[in-house]
Design a protein around this ligand. Structure first.
Ligand SMILES: [Zn+2]
Length: 211
C-alpha cells in the first residue's frame, strides 16, 4: 500500500531520506514540522508549537531548523518584467500564470481562467505536468497590496511556489511562499526563487525573515 503521509520523530541527529509520499509530519523538540520534496525543491517548514501532551516527552527529540533547497536556476528578471507588463495590460482584472521549467528553460503559461477584479481561478483541471504540476504559480492583485487573501489560502492547496504581485502601478511588490499541501505555507524571500528586476521589490526582506 502506498503511504501518502508519514509521521515521524526527529531523532538520531539527522532526518532519514524523504520517504517518497506526499509529505512528512515531524515532531521535534522545538515544534512540529512538515517536509515535502519534489524534483524542483525540498522544504522543511515549521508548523507550530508542540501540544502540551507532547512537550514533556520532547526533550528526547532533536531540534530542527527549517530549510528551503531550490534546485533550479532562478526565474530570470526578464520573465518577471514581462509578467508585470502583462498584469498591467490586463488590470484591473486579476491574472493567473504558471511558470514551468522545461528542457532547461523557464516558460510562462497562461491557463484558461475566470477573472474578476477581486479573484482569479483556473478553469478545468489543475495544470498538471511533471511531478506535481507547475512549480510556480503567480497571480496579480493589480493595485491591491501583495498580501495573500483568505481565498488564496483556500485555493493554494498544492505543493509549489505561490507568488502574488501587488501595487503594480505604484510600487510593484512581490510576495512569495512555499506551499506544502493543504494550505500549509512558509513565506520566503522572493529572491530565493526569482532574480528580482529593478523596479520590483520583495514584500519580505531578508532582514524581516531573520528576525
Ligand atoms: Zn490573491
Amino acid at each position: 500500500m502506498f503511504e501518502l503521509v508519514k509521521y515521524l520523530e526527529a531523532k538520531g541527529g539527522s532526518l532519514p531520506p524523504f520517504f517518497g509520499g506526499l509529505y512528512e509530519e515531524i515532531t521535534a523538540r522545538n515544534g512540529t514540522f512538515r517536509r515535502v520534496k519534489r524534483l524542483e525543491f525540498e522544504v522543511l517548514l515549521r508548523r507550530g508549537d508542540l501540544i502540551s501532551a507532547r512537550a514533556s516527552s520532547s526533550c528526547f527529540l532533536d531540534t530542527l531548523t527549517p530549510y528551503f533547497r531550490w534546485k533550479l536556476p532562478k526565474v530570470p528578471a526578464e520573465a518577471l518584467r514581462c509578467i508585470l507588463f502583462m498584469f498591467r495590460k490586463l488590470a484591473p482584472l486579476e491574472v493567473l500564470l504558471y511558470l514551468t521549467f522545461e528542457r532547461g528553460e523557464w516558460e510562462v503559461v497562461f491557463p484558461s481562467q475566470i477573472q474578476t477584479e477581486h479573484s482569479v481561478s483556473p478553469v478545468g483541471s489543475p495544470f498538471l505536468t511533471g511531478q506535481n504540476g507547475a512549480v510556480i504559480e503567480i497571480h496579480s492583485h493589480h493595485e491591491m497590496p501583495a498580501q495573500f487573501s483568505r481565498v488564496d489560502d483556500e485555493d493554494e492547496t498544492g505543493c509549489r511556489i505561490y507568488s502574488v504581485l501587488g501595487t503594480i502601478f505604484t510600487r510593484p511588490t512581490l510576495r512569495t511562499r512555499v506551499g506544502a499541501f493543504n494550505s500549509t505555507f512558509w513565506e520566503i524571500p522572493s529572491d530565493w526563487v526569482f532574480d528580482l528586476p529593478t523596479g520590483i521589490s520583495d514584500a519580505l526582506s531578508e532582514n524581516s525573515y531573520l528576525k
